[in-house]
Ligand binder design. Structure first.
Ligand SMILES: Nc1ncnc2c1ncn2[C@@H]1O[C@H](COP(=O)(O)OP(=O)(O)O)[C@@H](O)[C@H]1O
Ligand SMILES: [Mg+2]
Length: 610
């Protein structure tokens, strides 16, 4: 299971979090005002001890009940004001932060769509999913809470200590003493927590991948009775995640215990010292009360530092994971070093000394395709034939630039595909793959995806070409919802819709990777007859296995061992090329008999053979 590249050693929490700034910028005014409101609210709580001091040293000592009531009322108002301000803060941040999360998610999705296919080959989908969900949620929570409260609580602690020292500096120093060990403990905690947090978030991604695979592959899981092993794989991963989460909890528990206990001890010591001083008459009772209640008011800001740091650490990890994807380079646009127009005789689709190896292939592996030279003339239909794994799918994927050639070039009417803007390229070239993908949308929307501004008439025509008459029998015709959230179609039905999608825009170039494999021979023959009409002005490269599909083509190219080893008409190749005859007939290479006469007469394809 591919996990993602990461080096958590070599990172800084602050640097990771600073990368969020472009997203936070638009809402900075709100965030700052919210922080300011929170600071005011928090400092209000520090005024309460001063009021207490006034009550104890004034009205209580002087036996003035009216003054006590006045003091109590002031305390009540202060408390209410504090609560109201904190509520106001929450209201200030809620909406803008939801916006920040949405913007980041939109950017991630947009970027995922633009990343090259090679990137998606490399990354597990669960890792991408978890970045778009869990990690973004952690980031929003960070912006809503720890970011503000680290600032607010820090300021409160500072102001609090100033008040403490100013009340009675000897006692204040007693409380300050634990600061040094606590800072040391916190920074050690942060370092270790960063590692575990990263591990936990990566493991969430792995877990997501397993869930996704089991759901998408539910037929295989059931068909082979693999529930148990899938469940075990899931259990193992979630055990691993649980272990990591427990590790996080242990770390957090440890640092929290320290942060809670050490200040308590200091407060206890200050209490003893203070009582002695009051008894000696060196300190007023009111001052001691104020001092201790200030110290107690600071307990929460101090204690919260532990989990605020933990949440910030998780947010930094989430930011790293998010930007790992966002930093992956998008598909390269035009290279620009190719002459715009080439001589007219190089029209059609041309492969020139094309070599290709997959980006993630081992260094020493031979290229999948080597020295491919092939010319599909304008308006010609070329069939591509080859054994399983010979590289047919790979070759077809190079034309719409799902992958870029490693060497050599591919031209469309003389223009290098890398010199064409992608949008233009994808207007020129239509594709259909063996594994047809339908989206959760209506049949019509799925087919019309294949063209910019196709009309209903185009839709009808393309459905006719693809022999997709079954669409009329669907509950709502072409408006029927299909895909994951809709009606399930058979493999052959999906293939026909994918084919309709490929031809709906009447593209100049058509690339079909075995688009008829799931059709019965009769339907295939009908599709072929219709395609023949459509393909008249279209230059097409069609991967084919069955003789009946090959009949569709003007010429055939044989791909073998990563090279084009023969080009000619079906009948020429049958006579002259042993491998081709073998592929077409299933007979031994070397026997060059006519292929599968039964199939040919059954499809009626013979009449169309040239
Ligand atoms: N995404 C990929 N990454 C690495 N290697 C791949 C990838 N896709 C296919 N291959 C390899 O390329 C070779 C040709 O595959 P493919 O083009 O699918 O063959 P065909 O379509 O002729 O059956 C195979 O050896 C296959 O393992
Ligand atoms: Mg293939």
């Amino acid at each position: 299971m591919p996990t993602t590249p990461s080096d958590p050693q070599d990172r800084s929490t602050v640097r990771s979090l600073l990368r969020l700034w472009p997203y936070v910028r638009p809402v900075r005014a709100r965030l700052f005002s919210a922080a300011f409101v929170a600071i005011v609210a928090s400092c209000l709580s520090l005024v309460i001890p001063l009021v207490l001091k006034w009550i104890v040293d004034g009205p209580v000592a002087g036996g003035d009940p009216g003054g006590v009531w006045l003091g109590a009322l002031t305390l009540l108002l202060l408390g209410l004001a504090e609560a109201a301000l904190f509520g106001f803060r929450r209201w200030l941040v809620a909406r803008p932060l939801a916006g920040v999360e949405a913007a980041m998610r939109a950017d991630l999705f947009r970027h995922l769509q633009r990343l090259p296919v090679a990137f998606h080959d490399r990354w597990a989908s669960g890792q991408l999913l978890s970045r778009g969900t869990t990690d973004l949620m952690l980031l929003r929570m960070f912006l809503a809470f720890p970011l503000t409260f680290l600032l607010v609580n820090g300021t409160t602690i500072l102001v609090g200590f100033v008040i403490l020292l100013q009340q009675e500096w000897t006692l204040g120093l007693v409380l300050l003493a634990p600061i040094v060990p606590l800072v040391v403990a916190c920074s050690a905690f942060e370092r270790r927590y960063a590692l575990v947090a990263r591990r936990a978030q990566d493991q969430v991604g792995d877990l997501t991948t397993v869930v996704e695979e089991s759901v998408l592959g539910i037929r295989i899981v059931k068909g082979f009775g693999r529930h148990r092993s899938q469940a075990e794989a899931f259990r193992a991963l979630s055990e691993r995640l649980r272990g990591t989460e427990l590790g996080k909890a242990r770390l957090l528990g440890g640092v929290w215990a320290l942060i809670t206990v050490v200040p308590e001890l200091a407060i206890g010591a200050a209490l003893v010292l203070g009582t002695v001083q009051v008894a000696d008459g060196g300190l007023s009772a009111g001052t001691l009360v104020a001092f201790l209640s200030t110290a107690l008011a600071l307990r929460w800001p101090v204690e919260s530092i532990g989990f605020l740091l933990a949440m910030s650490q998780e947010a930094a990890t989430a930011a790293d994971r998010y930007f790992e994807v966002l930093d992956a380079p998008e598909e390269r646009e035009t290279s620009g070093d190719i002459p715009a127009k080439a001589p007219a005789e190089s029209g059609g689709l041309r492969f020139e000394a094309v070599e290709f190896r997959y980006p993630d292939a081992p260094e020493d592996a031979p290229p999948v395709l080597a020295r491919i030279d092939l010319h599909v003339r304008p308006g010609e239909t070329m069939a591509l034939v080859g054994g399983t794994g010979s590289g047919k799918t790979t070759l077809t994927a190079l034309v719409p630039r799902l992958y870029d050639v490693t060497a050599g070039r591919i031209t469309l009417d003389g223009q290098d595909v890398t010199a064409l803007p992608r949008e233009r390229l994808r207007e020129l070239v239509s594709v259909a793959f063996e594994e047809p993908t339908l989206f959760s949308a209506s049949v019509g929307e799925n087919v019309l995806m294949g063209a910019q501004d196709a009309t209903d008439a185009d839709l009808r025509r393309s459905l006719d070409v693809a022999q997709a008459g079954f669409v009329d029998d669907l509950p709502q015709g072409a408006d029927t919802q299909v895909g994951e959230q809709g009606l399930s179609l058979s493999g052959g039905q999906r293939q026909r819709l994918a084919l309709a999608r490929a031809v709906v825009g009447q593209p100049r170039f058509l690339v079909l990777d075995d688009p008829l494999s799931a059709l019965d021979v009769h339907t295939e023959a009908l599709v072929e007859a219709a395609l023949r009409r459509v393909l008249e002005g279209t230059t097409a490269l069609v991967v084919a296995h069955r003789p009946s599909t090959v009949m569709l083509a003007d010429r055939v190219a044989l791909l073998s061992g990563g090279r084009i080893t023969a080009v000619g008409t079906h009948h020429e190749l049958l006579r002259t090329n042993g491998e081709y005859a073998w592929l077409m007939s299933g007979a031994d290479p070397g026997t060059t008999g006519a292929p599968e006469p039964a199939v040919r007469s059954a499809t009626g394809a013979e009449g169309r053979a040239r």
